[in-house]
Write a protein that binds this ligand. Structure first.
Ligand code: G6P
Ligand code: MG
Length: 223
């Protein structure tokens, strides 16, 4: 595998990696599932992580075999109902909502000259980074509206390395979802999974929580 000394940059997922907005996505999608009479399960919840808005809606409808019950316009209205609910839930975010250790880690990267970008499927990412006071910590954010395919396709992490002006093998991608780890691996970057090692078994490096993510701990696992 890549040596730590070759790493020059980091591509961050946002929801569930920098801040715990994954719980708000869950809350809003669960409310939508109830509205369309689809049974909410832990498996459905986990499978939605990292999946873009319309893709998530399709997965929920499919879980209840209701994918053909709505027109395209009705689906757009359902997705926008979920997003309005979600935006309400995240409107009070502050820098205190950055996950444990992540503010220090991002500062450590900035101080030591590593470049960082954001590879989130969320169209709300710029709003959230602003609320967290982190916009200036990143070289740039991939605009998910410009992608041909979302996670698990590698495109978003390929673009995140391009933003950094680095080769994929010089970049570590951080993710809390299986779809995201597949995207990082497909892009040829080093994948760092945060969370359940069973769900994130395909990651090159695994950390149980964000609090453990430091340059020293990453170096210890890579060398
Ligand atoms: C992230 C989250 C998903 C969410 C997606 C789109 O990848 O993990 O749960 O559905 O972003 O977010 P948006 O804010 O654009 O609806
Ligand atoms: Mg995530």
């Amino acid at each position: 595998m890549t040596k730590f000394s070759e790493i020059k940059g980091f591509a961050f997922d946002l929801d569930g990696v920098i801040t715990d907005t994954a719980k708000f996505h869950t809350q809003a999608w669960h409310a939508l599932a109830d509205q369309v009479n689809v049974i909410w399960t832990p498996e459905l919840q986990e499978s939605l992580k990292g999946i873009d808005r319309m893709g998530s809606l399709e997965m929920i409808l499919k879980a209840g075999n209701k994918q053909d019950d709505y027109t395209h316009d009705e689906k757009v209205a359902l997705a926008s109902w979920k997003n309005n609910h979600y935006v309400e839930l995240i409107s009070g975010l502050t820098p205190d909502d950055i996950l444990p250790g992540m503010a220090d880690f991002i500062k450590e990267l900035n101080d030591k000259g590593y470049r960082a970008s954001v590879a989130s499927a969320s169209k709300n990412a710029p709003f959230i980074l602003d609320k967290l006071g982190l916009t200036d910590s990143f070289v740039g954010i991939v605009d998910p509206a410009t992608l041909h395919a979302g996670k698990p396709d590698p495109e978003i992490f390929v673009r995140a390395a391009e933003i950094l002006n680095l080769l994929p093998e010089q970049v570590i991608g951080l993710e809390d979802s299986a779809a995201g780890i597949a995207s990082i691996n497909g892009a040829g970057e080093v994948s760092l999974g945060i969370g359940d090692t069973t769900v994130l078994a395909a990651a090159n490096l695994n950390f149980a929580s964000t609090a453990e993510v430091t340059l020293a701990n990453i170096a210890a696992k890579l060398d």
